[in-house]
Every structure is written in structure tokens, then in C-alpha cells.
Write a protein that binds this ligand. Sequence first.
Ligand SMILES: [Zn+2]
Length: 719
Amino acid sequence: MIGRFAMAFLLSTSTLLAQSNPNPAQQERPSEKPKPAVPGSPVAPPPKVAEEPAKPAPAKEAPLSELPYTPSLDLSALDRSVDPCTDFYTYTCGGWMAKNPIPPDQASWDIYGKLAQENQQFLWGILEDAARPAADRIPTQQKVGDYFAACMDVAEIEKLGAAPLRPLLAEIAALKSSRDLAAFLAQEHLRVYGSGFLFGFGSQQDFGDATQVIASAGAGGLGLPDRDYYTKTDAKSKEIRSKYLDHVARMMELIGESKTEASRDARAVMKIETALAEASLTRVERRDPYKLFHKMTPAQLKALSPSFDWTRYLAGGDLGSIGTLNVSEPAFFKKMDSEIRLIELPRWKTYLRWHAVHSRAPYLASAFVTEDFNFFRKTLRGVAEQPPRWKTCVRLVDRDLGEALGQEFVRRTFTPETKQKTVEMTQRVERAMENEVKTLGWMTDATKARAIEKLHAIANKVGYPDRWRDYSSIEIQRNDFYGDVTRATVFESRRQLLKIGKPVDRGEWGMTPPTVNAYYDPQLNDINFPAGVLQPPLYDPKMDDAPNYGNTGSTIGHELTHAFDDEGRKFDAKGDLKDWWTPEDAKSFEERVNCVRDQYAQYTIVDDIKINSKLTSGEDVADLGGTLLAYIAWKDAVSGADLEKRDGFSPDQRFFIGFAQWACQNQRPENLRANAITNPHSPDKYRVNGIVSNLPEFAKAFECKETQPMVRAKPCRVW
Ligand SMILES: [Zn+2]
């Protein structure tokens, strides 16, 4: 889940990587699916963290006019001093890790992140061109160009200081009673991404009828990235809470409060947020869609939280006529109601002031940007330096006008040949899965038939959407960055709310084309591979099939198996939440998933923190199944061909090296710790070693002995 909470998707969509916060200052990854529902984030990492460079590298970043080439099988990334049967991850990635220290503005650094940065530099060049006020700019170029120019105009932004925030603070100051919260939030939820203001409200596909969009209300109200930050009692968590209090206080000082007021206000904020956190489901609980599905009438919602004026709230969002909505966490709204009764108006105003400045900090003068960075990136993630301004601005254009910018990206980078080849690869992996399902020993024929029906119904989306989003109604002004962000956000919020009561648009994408990531959406039942993830060193048109199937083929298989993981399997071919498994098959499936859970629960993330494998098992099982399916599909693609050794490696060895080299990564320990809470993916080391050690095909390829670490005595297998 990421993002645009106002338009919440109540179920996290399964991505290949992490997901992030829409605030670029807090973003874990440049790429994320702008759909979800809860404050969230994630990613993962290896043991041998390369040394930081003694000095930051000189500023060598410049706009790119073409994307650099790195092969998808990189011999220089290997560390041949390591036995592949002892630690395959370090064998394949050790060289890369030594050569690629974490840049000072990153929480982690990996193949995906590096490619994402190259894409950003390429987009930077496009945006600099578009920002020149030439008469022949087409309307989309004017919008992305002027938005970028406004964002880059730091002199103007600095001059304004906190001024753009004043009207919002005045609105909050003018509230006369707790009942007024509703009218205020109806407007504020349109103007802001995320669910930070008390709760999230938006639209979602109906879990019960995947053809329809309904309104949805979800838990929220937090400033920290997860409810666990408020509830954990270990020393590190207490330390983080204490630093969060300091951060909130400093932000309040930046909007003019005295030290004493600010520190009192920070405690008031913590009290409210803690109460909301305690009433929120955990990430593991949220993996069960049935726990998030409570369709109600507005009258039932009013009965659940009578102290909140839902009539005014819904009218404020032009939603007065909705007949039904999904309340994902009823217990949360009950708790919210009691908080509204208990807490006095001045404390609510404090809480709203904090979220006002917190949500807008990235768009204000440097004092706000820096304070926000210092807590959310430096303290929580270990990042040493702020990103250069161009990077922040490219990310924001991608977030707010992503399909306008994406058209330019696709036109320049994504050839029809690559599209055709990757579509073919996708179909081949799907055929491999169909054959596998047919021969599975543990699944009955009845369930197999339904599984194959679902598999056939999966839509393959490759590269970019068939129809581009129309941004023509957003007004973008070259000299009004704060206003541009607000208008773009309101546009997106309204776009989401306008879907309510209408049939689902199955052509929509949840990631922009330059994004280096991929996802499966259980309700649309589609797999999505943006153009950004289908380029070297991931998909490499210059390479042969072995590394390409190992790398991109495994990604395709990964997304495909999400349709059948602990979350995805609860949805049928149409995307309805419906149990199509026989009880015995469901039991057999869970037993096999438990094998993977037990395996990953043994792995250490950092210090004494182990993987929470109840959170990660969906991704771990997708990694395992996806790699095996890619291997089978590759064998099918090259059947009859006489493949030779290359660079001393057999074709099978090259498949597995190609597979592992998507994951080369260095991570900061702070980031590992944060990911342990928020990321449904295991650290990349285990996303490689945990997989190959389950595959006899790997052991055979590298002639590993049964007693070696990369050969598990009792391998897990699901698909
Ligand atoms: Zn995934």
C-alpha cells in the first residue's frame, strides 16, 4: 500500500518491491503504486554493507539524453572468492556491493534503485526541455514543464517561508466545535494525500462485486509509518518515539509556537495518535481481506461513530447520495468516536496543525523540508543527505502528472520489439504455471479447474496504459509550486471519488510508466509491468534468454503467483472476494506456505530482529514460485536449442546468476530496522538464498553437495 490514501485501496496490492509514502521527503523508493490505503512503506537488504565513501562523490549527476547500458548478466558484479553453494547471494552480488556504496541521499542502494535513478535523470532532461517556455509546447509538456519549473524555483519558495500554510492554519483556528471537524476534513481530505488526517476516505473496488466501485473509509491518523511504532515497548522503539516528539515540537515551532507550547502540543499529538494506533489493525491482520470488508450504509457508519458529523462530511465531498460504503476497520471508527468525545477542541486543533505542517513540509521553505528529512529519512532510515532538488521535483511530477511525463518516457525508451518480446515471455510463464497446476500432487481436480480459470482470466499489462489520463483540467502555474501541488492533489482526489457508483475501469494503471517495479492487483486480476522495469540491466534485449528469463521471467512469475498467495487466492477469476478452494486444498496450501514461513522466520534482518514471516510469506512464496515458473518457461523457450557455455558458465548457471542479479543491494541498518516493521518483502539476501536453497535445479547447476548451506534438507515447494 502506498499512497494516495484519500483514494484508498483497502487491500495492499502486491508489488515486487517496497511501497512508499507519497511524501517524497519520506519516500523509500522512487516508485510506488499510488493506490492503497494505510500509512505504509517497505523494502529490504544484505549482510555485507559496503563502506561509505570517505567523501561524498563530486556532483556528477546531470540530465541524461539516453539511458546508460548495463548487461543483465554482469560478470563484474560477482565475488568469485565465495562458494556459490555456501552463499549464492554474495557470490553473485559481492562485486556489485563492493563497487556500489550507498549514495548519501539514499536509504539503500541496489540494481532497481540505480536504474530508477537513471530513469529519473533521463526524465530530468525531458523536464528541462519542457520547462523552456517555448511556443510550440503541447499542453501536456506545458503542464509537466511549468510544474517542474515551479518546483525548482527554490528562491521563490524560500521567500514565501510558511506563508502558503497560513490559510490552512487559519481554517483550523476558526473551528468552533468538534462537530466542525467533519466539514473541515471533507475539504482537507481532497487537498492531501494519505490518511494522516484522522482517517482515510476514498473509493475502492467492491470486494463483493469486482465490477463496481464503492466508497471506502479506512483507519489512519498517524504521523509515524506504522501503528507498531506506537505500541512496541523495546528500547529502540521508545527512543524513536522520543525523537518523534522532538520532531513534532520543532515543526510546531516553525509555525510560530513557543518552545513550551510546542512541546506540550507534541505530547497532545502523541496521545491522540497512540489511541488511534492501538485501535488499528496490524499489517499481518491487514493481509486478510475479510478483516477489511464491512459494507455498511452511511446510517450504520453514523451509528458506529455518532460524534463525527458524517452527514456534513459526505455532503462536503459531494457524496451525500452514496448508498453504501466499505468501512475497512469498524473498531477504528468506534475508537475515533470516543476520542472525539474525550478530547477537547483545542487539542484537536493542535493535532490538525501538526498534520497540516507535516503533510505540507515538502512543499515549503528549506527549514521545513530539512526538519522533515531529519526525522523521517535520517533518523528512521539512516540517510545522510537530502536528495538534490531536481530529484525531488522529478519525483513530484511523476507522482502528480505521471502519465503525462510517462508518455514522453515511453516514446523515447520502450520499443515495440521490447513490448512484443516481454509479452511473449509473460505468456510463456503463464503456460508454465498452467502446466504446473495441472500436475500438482496436492491439489484436487475441482480446485485445479478454478485455478486455471483464474489464470486464464489474468490480464497482462505491459509497458504503459492503452489510454492516457487526461490532466487538462488541472491548472499549473509556473510561479506557484504550493498551489500546483494542491490543485494536482485535488484533481486526483476528485478523480477517485468520481468513480464511486460506477463500473470499474479495468484499463487503469497503479504505477507510472517510468516506474522500476511491478505489481499484481487481486481485484482487477491483472499483472502490471511498467516500461521502467523492462530495460537493462533487468530485461536486456541484447542478452540471450537464460539471464532474461532468470531476471524478468522470475519477476513475471512472481507477480503471477500473487494471484494465488495467502491474499490473492481469496479472490476469484473475476476479482470477487470468494472462496473457491476446497477445504482440503486450502489446508494443503497453508501447510506448504507454513514451510516457507518457518524457513524465513529463522533469518535475521539486523541485530536480533528476525523476519516477521507472517508478513512476508506472500512475497516469499511469490519469489519461490516465480523463479521456478521462469525456469520451466525458459526450458520451454529453448527446447531443442543447443546451448553452450558462455564465460565459463553453463546455461543453467547463467539463468540463476541472472535471477540473483536483480537483487544486488546495500542497505543502511536503520533502514533494515524500519523495513522489518513495514516491508512485506524479505531482505534481498534471503530473496535469493532462501529461494535457491529450495531448488534442486540450482543445486544441480552448481553441483552443490547436500551438506552445503544452499541446499536445504527439506526444501519447501508450493507451486
Ligand atoms: Zn510481490
